[in-house]
Design a protein around this ligand. Structure first.
Ligand code: NAD
Length: 499
């Protein structure tokens, strides 16, 4: 068992955690509380405040004040802004173990994933965007307006920070997804109110502490804890919020999208996925492809937006590849996240476990063939589920049309490339896809015709701060990460000087 760091022990000793607003913890004693549960043990690890409308107003007011034209933040040079983001990346690295352990405690995920994807991922994102603070550009434009008396035009655009940003994030990668929003928003010069998921709110508070230690001026980055219905809704409908950046389910995304339109608030939505993995007969190494497909669905207990949860395998190699995937699944060691040898941890919550089990029941009722796994919890305590694989003849079952967001894979055979494209594109979602082939012409045809925002060839999908992420169809609106990510927190001003 891993020894918790001193910093984390001190953090957890507080037991009741409050919002982080204007550079310090607030006094939210009068608010209701949400108990945060460790999914591996089902024990409580702390309580956070359920933010009311008043608390949300306070957080937005702090962010608005910090965005005021004469504030330290607005007057700060891009270079100095970048330095603060870089220092925060270093703080995250210095306290990576505390952050990773906290993420494992509240989310259940494996400590190695919390170290690499959450703490490591967040540090990498802040480092990447630290460099962007000094690289935000407008354009000069050769316009054709006639001017009197031989006068000329000097037209240009400038990019300005959009203002107060409301960032709402899910529980599957609590601080790395938060970093995907906070880092570009701050690099662009915005201020932020972050609402983490009610399942995993603690790591966001620790991140806010580190931001202060990195020299972030008060009010620039605030954290409000709470649920979606009260806290999240108060934030997304606040008139002083100028941009909403949301990652979560398509269901919630639609609610938030409608709310945003009431105030005509800028919005980006990173939503659900049901991403296909397509394995051709000529995949370079079929065993490698099978391993990649298994890693693509079972990492983080399948709670990954870009998880390849439908695998289409060309008929000739269907049995072999499916057998290899199911062997890989059956060999996975299921244990709590602090077991360094574990390969699959618990799901995030009891409610989510029930939801995923419900889909497995539906799959069996609808006649899909259960290849491995099932609904039985392999442990006495904690929210565990064995990696589960179904096979089905076509796309007409609920388990293959709806996002399950758990360790559940459905395999379907296909004839040829046209058939693979028909099956893969037959979805209301379009977040990601993977293609497994050594034929570059086939891979390029698939890349051109797949309806997905992110495509990987011969690898499971992974994220990188430099590679934009976002969805086609109901998987979202807008892109985050990369250059487009930082520009999405700016608004364009067009200017013409007549001289
Ligand atoms: P969710 O939609 O239930 O909740 C996400 C966040 O929204 C939480 O913080 C929640 O409190 C808040 N929320 C809920 N209702 C709200 C409302 N009415 N107003 C404002 N905020 C509200 O999603 P989840 O279960 O936390 O996360 C899983 C989902 O996230 C999956 O669908 C997954 O695909 C998606 N996801 C997408 C990406 C991506 O990049 N596209 C990345 C990770 C996760």
């Amino acid at each position: 068992m891993i020894q918790l760091t001193n910093r984390l022990q001190q953090f957890l000793a507080k037991k009741n955690h409050h919002h982080f607003i204007d550079g310090s913890y607030t006094n939210a004693e009068s608010e209701q509380q949400i108990t945060v549960i460790n999914p591996a043990t089902e024990a409580a690890i702390g309580k956070v405040a359920l933010g009311t409308k008043e608390s949300v107003n306070q957080a937005v007011a702090a962010a608005k004040k910090a965005f005021n034209y004469n504030s330290d933040w607005r007057k700060m040079s891009p270079d100095d802004r970048g330095k603060i983001l870089y220092r925060l990346a270093e703080k995250i690295t210095e306290h990576a173990e505390s952050l990773a352990q906290l993420v494992t405690l509240e989310n259940g995920k494996l400590i190695k994933d919390a170290r690499s994807s959450d703490a490591g991922g967040a540090a990498k994102t802040f480092r990447y965007y630290a460099g962007w603070a000094t690289k935000i550009e407008g354009e000069t434009l050769d316009i054709s307006q006639p001017q009197k008396g031989g006068r000329q035009n000097f037209a240009f655009t400038r990019r300005e920070p959009v203002g107060v940003v409301a960032a709402i994030v899910p529980w599957n990668f609590p601080i790395s997804i938060a970093a995907w929003k906070i880092a570009p928003a701050l690099a662009a010069g915005c201020t932020v109110v972050l609402k983490p998921s009610e399942e995993t709110p603690l790591s966001a508070l620790l991140l806010a502490e580190l931001a202060m230690e990195a020299g972030m001026p008060p009010g620039v980055f605030n954290v409000i804890t709470g649920d979606g219905r009260t806290t999240g809704a108060s934030l997304t409908t606040h008139p002083d919020v100028k941009k909403i950046t949301f990652t979560g389910s398509t269901y919630t995304g639609k609610i938030i999208g409608k709310a945003a339109m009431d105030n005509i608030t800028d919005i980006s939505l990173e939503l659900g996925g049901k991403s296909p993995a397509i394995v051709f007969n000529d995949a370079d190494d079929l065993a490698f492809a099978a391993q990649g497909v298994a890693a693509g669905i079972f990492r983080n207990q399948g709670q990954v937006c870009v998880a390849g949860s439908r695998v289409y395998i060309q008929k000739k190699v269907f049995d072999k590849v499916l057998t290899d995937i199911s062997h890989a699944a059956q060999k996975m060691k299921i244990s709590h996240g602090f077991d360094e040898t574990a390969q699959l941890g618990p799901l995030v919550s009891k409610g989510h476990l029930q939801k995923v089990r419900g889909y497995i029941h539906t799959g069996m009722e609808e006649g899909a063939t259960l290849v491995s796994g099932g609904v039985v919890n392999p442990k006495d305590k904690g929210f565990y589920l064995a990696p589960t694989i179904f096979s089905a003849p076509d796309n007409d079952q609920q388990i293959i049309t709806e996002e399950i967001f758990g360790p559940v894979l459905v395999a379907v055979p296909f004839e040829d490339m046209e058939d693979a494209l028909r099956l893969a594109n037959d979805s209301h979602l379009g977040l990601a896809a993977t293609v497994w082939t050594k034929d570059i012409s086939k891979a390029m045809s698939m890349i051109n015709r797949l309806e997905a925002g992110v495509i990987y060839v011969n690898s499971p999908v992974r994220s990188d701060p430099g590679l934009p992420l976002g969805g086609y169809k109901q998987s979202g609106i807008g892109r985050e990460l990369g250059k487009v990510g930082v520009y999405s927190y700016t608004t364009l001003k067009s200017v013409n000087i007549v001289y």
